[in-house]
Structures are given as structure tokens and as C-alpha cells.
Design a protein around this ligand. Structure first.
Ligand code: CP3
Length: 343
């Protein structure tokens, strides 16, 4: 029996103080991250260097004492392991070779070969499992299939995911085959992370909000359910956090329908709504707007207290509604933690 606070919350326990971590907690708002990234050369070299990736994962734990560390990696390493070209353009974001038809899907590498590319990531997880303070939970992660597919199809981030919607609607067979390849390889990737020492898994479906109606069921809910079922059959005690970002009404019943132990909420919903409609099914995570990490002040304190109060009736992990941005002030992060812990 472990008493790590995040694991207790994920088992459905209501705690007097919610445990806390933060999406993108290792990142450019921290001077020590920028220094290590400069040493690595570039972002991808940092991801694939276990010593340095473990170092940046630990930096926000040392500085702030978060209750969880999230593996430092990226959701786009899996497409790269499947054979996509991947590079990052400074100030713009990721670029990938694109997939536009069945031939492109068939040219991807077999799932069994992804570990050749991804083995440094498992090495990072192993190092972290050894080095983290014993009270800190280690979170592994992957992108959910729809979100990963949007990048593989468009070759970049897109505001409305239009290229992925086009393939879905115009060449359903190719789209479904791609989703299938991503789903099966995501299962193997996450299984390997758990075997290396990840204690919790998070699935990032950052673009779930652009899937409407039956598409949300078919391409956000069902792939998530399948990944969770397969991981749970192999690792029955590993909790899974699902993040169907901007799902709105789709958040309702998502944990029950997918088997997720926790649903992460973005800040397009109020914490009161989240408590009434999502937390009734179990643990929730969220959902402070990340702009408060830039603007600070009394609004940060008030909104943090409001979120803690709204979710105080059930299991809750405090987090932001999305990743912290590079222009954030580390002092605001420290203040948020202090307020969550009763200051
Ligand atoms: O949260 C963490 O601290 C763990 C590491 C992590 C990163 N990316 C590091 C990163 C995690 C969990 C991710 C997930 C991720 N990556 C998502 C899902 C979550 C979300 O934000 O919606 C997505 C969509 C990506 C793809 C991605 N990676 C984009 C679109 C970008 C560019 C945007 C940006 O912030 O620059 C990245 C780059 C990236 N991933 C950075 C970090 C720290 C910044 C890279 C740098 O140092 O220059």
C-alpha cells in the first residue's frame, strides 16, 4: 500500500489538500530548463538524452515540490518512431512529413519497431523511478490517437484540424487505418513506459474539442477506451488520466465510458460545473487558466481558492487547464502552490 497523494486521489480518495502538478511544468518559463536545453542543443536532442531529460523533469520538483513529475518527452516522438520525419521550427512549433492516403499509412514502420527509436525514453523513465523523491508520483504519457493523427496528417499544428477532418470525411479507410496504427503503437509505447517505472499514465487529446457528435464517440472516446482496456489488462493497478480537452458536454460520463480513473478538465468549463457533472463519477484534475501564471496578483489567488473549494467535495488533483506558457513568472507558480496548500 502506498500513500503517495496523487495515487490516493486517483483511487477516489478525497484529501484535505489536493495534490498538485502542472502541465508543461518543465519548460521554457524556467531559466534552468533553458540552460539545459541549450546544453542539449535543441528540443528533440533533449528528449532523446536520458540524463538531460531526467534532469529537466526533476527541475520543477526541486524548485516547487510538486506531488508528481511528468516524464519529459513529447507526443510527437511516437509518429517519429513510426517513420515520420519530425523537426521543430523555433518560435513556430512542430513540423512533420504528412500522410494523405492509404499508401502513406502503409509506409509506416511496424509497431514492433517503435522501441528502436523510443528506447532512450524508457531509459529516462528508469532513471526517474530511481531518482525521484519517494513521495513524488511519476507520470508517463502519450497523445491520444486523434490528436496525434491531426499532426501526422497536417504536418503541423492547425487551429481547426481541417486536414484531419478532410481525410476522415473523404478517405475514411485511410483515416481509420491510420487511427488503428496509432492506437496499437500507443498501447505498446505506454506499456513500455509502465514496465520502465511510470506509475500513472496520462492521455493527451488536445484537439478532442473539434470532434462533434458521433465523431467524438468514434475517434476520441472509443480509442481512449481501447487503450485503457488493454493497459489495464496488462497492468491492472496503473491509474489513467484522460484529457479530452475542450470536450464540453463530452466530459460528462467520459470516465465511466472509457474506464479512465480521472478526467482532466480544461478551463472552458467552470469548476462548479465540473464538480456537478464530472467529479460525480470520480477523480478530476484541473483547471486553473494558465494565463494566471503570467498575470498573477489577487485574481490568481481568488481563482485558485475557488477551484479548490469547488472540488473539495470529492477526489481532485489541482492542475492548470492547459500547459503553462513560456512567458509565465515562476513566482506565480510558487504562489499558486502556496494557496492550494492553504497559504
Ligand atoms: O508537461 C511536461 O512538462 C512534460 C513534457 C511535455 C511536452 N509536450 C514538452 C514540450 C508534454 C506532456 C507534451 C505534450 C504535448 N506535445 C502535447 C499535448 C499537450 C498540449 O499541450 O496540448 C502536444 C499537442 C504536443 C506537441 C507539441 N510539442 C507542440 C505543439 C509544441 C510546440 C508548442 C510549444 O509550446 O512550443 C511542442 C514543443 C514542446 N513540448 C515544448 C516542451 C517543453 C517546447 C519546446 C522547447 O523547449 O522549445
Amino acid at each position: 500500500m502506498t500513500d503517495k497523494t496523487i495515487l490516493r486521489a486517483l483511487r477516489g480518495e478525497k484529501l484535505p489538500t489536493p495534490p498538485i502538478w502542472m502541465m508543461r511544468q518543465a519548460g521554457r518559463y524556467l531559466p534552468e530548463y533553458r540552460a539545459t536545453r541549450a546544453r542539449a542543443g535543441d528540443f528533440l536532442s533533449l528528449c532523446y538524452n536520458p540524463d538531460l531529460a531526467a534532469e529537466v523533469t526533476l527541475q520543477p520538483i526541486r524548485r516547487f515540490g510538486f506531488d508528481a513529475a511528468i516524464l519529459f518527452a513529447d507526443i510527437l516522438l511516437l509518429p517519429q518512431a513510426l517513420g515520420a520525419d519530425l523537426w521543430f521550427v523555433t518560435g513556430e512549433g512542430p513540423r512533420l512529413s504528412t500522410i494523405s492516403d492509404m499508401a502513406g499509412v502503409k509506409a509506416l514502420r511496424p509497431t514492433a519497431e517503435i522501441h528502436e527509436t523510443l528506447s532512450p525514453i524508457y531509459e529516462t523513465v528508469k532513471m526517474l523511478a530511481r531518482e525521484l523523491p519517494q513521495e513524488t508520483t511519476l507520470i508517463g504519457f502519450a497523445g491520444a490517437p486523434w490528436t496525434v493523427a491531426t499532426y501526422m496528417i497536417a504536418g503541423r499544428g492547425t487551429p481547426d484540424q481541417a486536414p484531419a477532418h478532410r481525410l476522415k470525411d473523404n478517405d475514411r479507410a485511410a483515416f481509420v487505418a491510420l487511427m488503428e496504427r496509432i492506437t496499437e503503437s500507443t498501447i505498446e509505447y505506454l506499456d513500455a513506459q509502465v514496465r520502465a517505472g511510470a506509475e500513472v499514465i496520462k492521455l493527451f487529446d488536445s484537439w478532442a474539442g473539434s470532434l462533434q457528435g458521433q465523431d467524438f464517440v468514434d475517434f476520441a472516446l472509443l480509442p481512449t477506451k481501447r487503450i485503457i482496456a488493454e493497459l489495464k489488462s496488462r497492468h491492472p493497478t496503473v491509474p489513467i488520466i484522460a484529457f479530452p480537452r475542450e470536450a464540453g458536454q463530452g466530459y460528462v460520463g467520459f470516465a465511466r465510458a472509457t474506464g479512465a480513473d480521472c478526467v482532466a478538465l480544461d478551463n472552458s468549463v467552470t469548476p462548479e460545473w465540473g464538480a456537478a457533472h464530472v467529479q460525480v463519477d470520480g477523480c478530476v484534475q484541473g483547471n486553473l487558466a494558465s494565463r494566471h501564471m503570467v498575470t498573477g496578483g489577487q485574481a490568481l489567488v481568488d481563482e485558485t481558492r475557488r477551484i479548490v473549494a469547488a472540488f473539495s467535495g470529492g477526489p481532485h488533483i489541482f492542475n492548470l487547464g492547459h500547459g503553462i506558457t513560456p512567458d509565465a513568472d515562476p513566482d506565480n507558480v510558487a504562489r499558486m502552490i502556496e494557496v492550494v496548500r492553504g497559504g
